[in-house]
Write a protein that binds this ligand. Sequence first.
Ligand code: C5P
Length: 230
Amino acid sequence: MYLLIPAAGSGRRMGSDRNKLLLPLLGDPILAWTLKAAVAARSIHWIGIIGQPHDWQEFKAIATRLDIIKLVHFIPGGSTRQESVYNGLKALPAIADRVLIHDGARCLATPDLFDRCAEALQVHAGLIAAIPVKDTIKVVDPGSQLILDTPDRRQLWAAQTPQGFHVDDLKACHAEGQRNGWDVTDDAALFEQCGRAVKIVMGEDTNLKVTTPVDLAIAELILTQRRSQG
Ligand code: C5P
């Protein structure tokens, strides 16, 4: 299975002046944890890391330390996640017919989750890892800050990555999105807007996206616990 890892963001919400994926987490950069899980998955045999060229040297050093430099390919990122993934899709080898996309910032996803998504991609042309929401979600008017709606929680799922797609279908949806100026935060949203079906694969409670310093502290706790459990 081909895997694209968008890793071309900044550290703005982390309060960092550099790519948050290079920040240390239990002694290793965040991206190293993501890569370790991906290479431990049985299904993954090709990894494209999408990054800003000024980070490549450090990315390459991480891949060298993990002894996976032959497995990984470096692809230039764009100014949004959407642009970065589109660059990644265009850089896939011509024979790649299916692809998983996994945010570099989700460094706690397990190898098993990658493998379950890869397996489901044999049956479905579009899928995402997701978990049922635990909180009650409100739709709020951004101006007045008054609640507009309380959707039925039983229908709400929190989207995660990996997300998996047939490559030609997702490329077509990205092209359509670019033509129409669609601005989305995940790839499934493009698939949905193109009228295509997206299947849910049960995600993991611990598969959080490291976005703020609090997330980093929680990630450290979870990894420490995993270590002590062997
Ligand atoms: O900012 P956020 O954490 O939501 O970004 C999700 C993922 O997309 C991160 O792994 C980040 O590195 C990546 N990204 C990207 N290109 C951008 C912005 C974000 O690859 N221009």
